[in-house]
Design a protein around this ligand. Structure first.
Ligand SMILES: Nc1ncnc2c1ncn2[C@@H]1O[C@H](COP(=O)(O)OP(=O)(O)OP(=O)(O)O)[C@@H](O)[C@H]1O
Ligand SMILES: [Mg+2]
Length: 148
């Protein structure tokens, strides 16, 4: 994979940083050949993953760190890594099930949105150490843009 561009940023686990992170990744993704609706989908999955880190990973503690690395691979693939050093996920298979939530007040749909809007989702997690969610989605290659 050829990395054409990337942005790497780190921020505090404050709820107001959810919108910062989603706008930041949305702005970066707009250099790809994607529609405004697709940008909205990218922004949504970023909010879901960052909210999960704050709410579940850090139990709403606001003094922790979240890191995002967003890259463009081979001119056409967006890869987003969202990393926290929170409590981790005990059972990933169960966490990925639609409507599963460890909090009865929540819908349990965050991972379902991530799965449906992205081509690939990969979760690395360790109880007590944290979680990295890797999301990938491909768009038409730049050099094919004018011929599509
Ligand atoms: N970063 C994380 N750290 C620890 N646990 C997580 C993390 N992300 C997800 N989880 C666990 O996975 C479950 C499923 O996450 P998902 O986003 O699908 O649903 P939810 O956050 O519970 O509800 P919703 O996203 O609809 O508000 C969560 O309830 C939580 O137990
Ligand atoms: Mg969620």
């Amino acid at each position: 994979m050829n990395v054409k561009n990337y942005v790497h940023f780190k921020f505090l686990s404050l709820p107001e940083n959810v919108s910062f992170a989603r706008s930041c990744v949305g702005a970066f993704a707009s250099q790809l050949d994607c529609t405004l609706d697709e940008i909205e989908e990218i922004k949504l999955v970023v909010s879901e993953a960052v909210s999960n880190s704050i709410i579940h990973g850090y139990d709403n503690r606001t003094d922790q760190q979240i890191e995002i690395i967003v890259s463009i691979l081979d001119n056409r693939t967006l890869e987003i890594l969202i990393e926290d050093h929170g409590k981790g996920i005990k059972d990933v298979k169960q966490a990925l099930e639609p409507t599963f939530s460890s909090d009865p007040a929540r819908m349990g749909l965050g991972f379902t949105f991530m799965k449906s809007f992205m081509d690939e989702i990969d979760i690395r997690t360790e109880p007590g150490a944290g979680t990295v969610v890797r999301l990938k989605r491909s768009f038409p290659a730049h050099d094919q843009k004018n011929y599509a």
